[in-house]
Write a protein that binds this ligand. Structure first.
Ligand code: SAH
Ligand code: SF4
Ligand code: F3S
Length: 467
């Protein structure tokens, strides 16, 4: 099962650059593009790479997907509804394409990498001109060139665990940047499709990460978000015991104002990592720590490798070392065989911890995963009741938890104008919670000091403390 990561060679990247050039010079190439992104931050960042490659091939962004010559859907398949949404939206575009025959429709991302999906696309979705998986993203120029040259549909899924450096990137924001530190996942949580569609876990070289971080800093980026499915286990295959805490320490030393990361797995959250965070200058005091369930029996069936008690101990240790730390989590209800009592254990855990935010999901069986074969599925009607109860409890606890910020100071990186008022801006505070404060467009991308004065619908409101 174990395979080595393959670095995409300079030669291969040069081949792709040559294909990009050929597309650029092709008079029949698409003039405009539109990228539709589903799923997590990894996909958001992959879309920045896709955009970078498309711009490199001479295309310009279109306002709407139906106006674009080239539309690409970067898909997710974490739950069935994610997949249904993507396929539904692609199919909608089929009608538009009937009136604009030159439109090229492409599909990529995790869904395409699912077993059997490429064949299904090829046979059933003939209007899709191009489909490729997560492992061969860097070959977009070659595929597009082939579509243009032959007029045939290209469906290409590879299974190599590659690390591709130096793909052109078009970042969506100038003040904030994603920085991938690792690809894939080896945890095989029994419900999860990610290890099957993103391949084996592989870490980028520390030098490559640090180089990219320095460039980002020089370009004026104020905040970076380190990305990986399980950043805590960064460093597998890197010699000298250079792991995530060591990487964080080096990054902290670069002087980028704000650094955060996701996602962490509780089983790999070491004391050393907590100590490095506590002693750092720029690593933000926030932690996304998915617990999934509060029941030991369910955690074991989920293959999570920690108990409820161990999880609570990690939370205690984090709060002790970094007082006031922002904590968020992911929760699944209706895992196969989950009893009412086991669900109540999740409720108890949520009551006990008091998370600042939580993503809650109804379990969705994914073909090919272990849990999809497990007996005693929980009926949808029961899962719906459970998730409602869980959401209601989380909201209540969240309101209580966020009270601790009232009267304190937070620094926020302004993301945009507030949705509620044109004279207010909002952004994320150091603890990861949204804050709304008086401001104008000129503040976007700036770090503002705020005094927190209130709490409205899970958003903190504040006054500027910098004037
Ligand atoms: N690598 C990250 C994120 C994985 S996907 C992590 O381990 O935390 C994000 C979340 O989706 C997971 O934390 C889990 O709560 C949820 N999820 C994954 N597979 C799911 C499934 N089959 N059904 C419902 N929720 C799922
Ligand atoms: Fe999925 Fe588990 Fe890996 Fe997260 S750690 S991506 S939930 S297998
Ligand atoms: Fe979805 Fe793939 Fe992310 S399945 S959640 S886009 S890793």
């Amino acid at each position: 099962m174990k395979r080595e990561a393959v670095f995409v060679s300079e030669e291969e990247l040069n081949r792709q650059r040559a294909f990009a050039e050929a597309v650029r010079e092709n008079p029949d190439r698409p003039e405009s593009y539109y990228v539709v992104t589903y799923g997590c931050q990894m996909n958001a960042h992959d879309s920045e790479k896709i955009t970078g490659m498309l711009e490199d091939m001479g295309m310009k962004p279109a306002e709407k997907r139906e106006d674009a010559d080239f539309v690409i859907f970067n898909t997710c398949c974490i739950r069935e509804n994610a997949e249904r949404k993507a396929l539904g939206n692609v199919t909608w575009l089929k009608e538009v394409k009937k009136t604009r025959p030159k439109m090229i429709i492409a599909v990529c991302g995790c869904m395409v990498q699912e077993p059997g999906m490429a064949q299904r696309i090829f046979r059933k979705y003939g209007f899709i001109n191009l489909a490729f998986g997560t492992a061969n993203l860097h070959k977009l120029p070659e595929y597009l060139h082939r579509v243009l040259e032959t007029g045939l549909n290209v469906v290409q899924v590879e299974n190599q665990d590659v690390i591709a450096e130096e793909i052109p990137v078009r970042r969506l924001r100038y003040d904030f940047a994603y920085l991938t530190i690792m690809y894939g996942c080896d945890n095989f949580c029994s419900y999860c499709i990610v290890p099957y569609v993103r391949g084996r876990e592989r870490s980028r070289e520390p030098e490559a990460i640090l180089r990219e971080a320095r460039e980002l800093k020089e370009s004026g980026v104020r905040e970076i978000m380190l990305l990986g499915q399980n950043v805590n286990s960064y460093g597998k295959g890197i010699p000298g015991g250079f792991g995530f805490p060591e990487l964080l320490k080096e990054l902290d030393g670069l002087g980028i104002p704000r650094i955060r990361f996701m996602t962490s797995h509780p089983k790999d959250l070491s004391d050393r990592l907590i100590d490095v965070m506590a002693g750092s200058a720029h690593i933000l005091p926030q932690f996304h720590l998915p617990v999934q369930s509060g029941s030991n029996a369910i955690l074991e069936k989920m293959n999570r490798h920690y108990t409820r008690e161990q999880y609570l101990e990690r939370v205690r240790r984090l709060r002790e070392a970094i007082p006031g730390i922002g904590l968020s989590t992911d929760l699944i209800v209706g895992f196969p065989g989950e009893t009412e009592a086991q669900f109540e254990e999740t409720m108890d855990l949520v009551r006990e911890v008091g998370f600042d935010s939580a993503f809650t999901f109804i379990y969705s069986p994914r073909v090919g995963t272990k849990a999809a074969e497990m007996p005693d599925p929980v009926p949808e009607a029961i899962s719906s009741v459970r998730i409602q109860k869980l959401i209601a409890l989380q909201e209540e606890r969240q309101q209580e938890a966020l009270q601790r910020f009232i009267g304190t100071e937070e620094e926020i990186l302004v993301e945009g104008l507030s949705k509620r008022s044109s004279r207010a801006v909002s952004g994320r505070g150091t603890h990861g919670i949204s804050v709304t404060v008086d401001g104008t467009e000129a503040d976007i991308g700036e770090i503002l000091k705020c005094r927190i004065t209130g709490l409205k619908n899970n958003t903190l409101t504040g006054e500027r403390a910098d004037q």
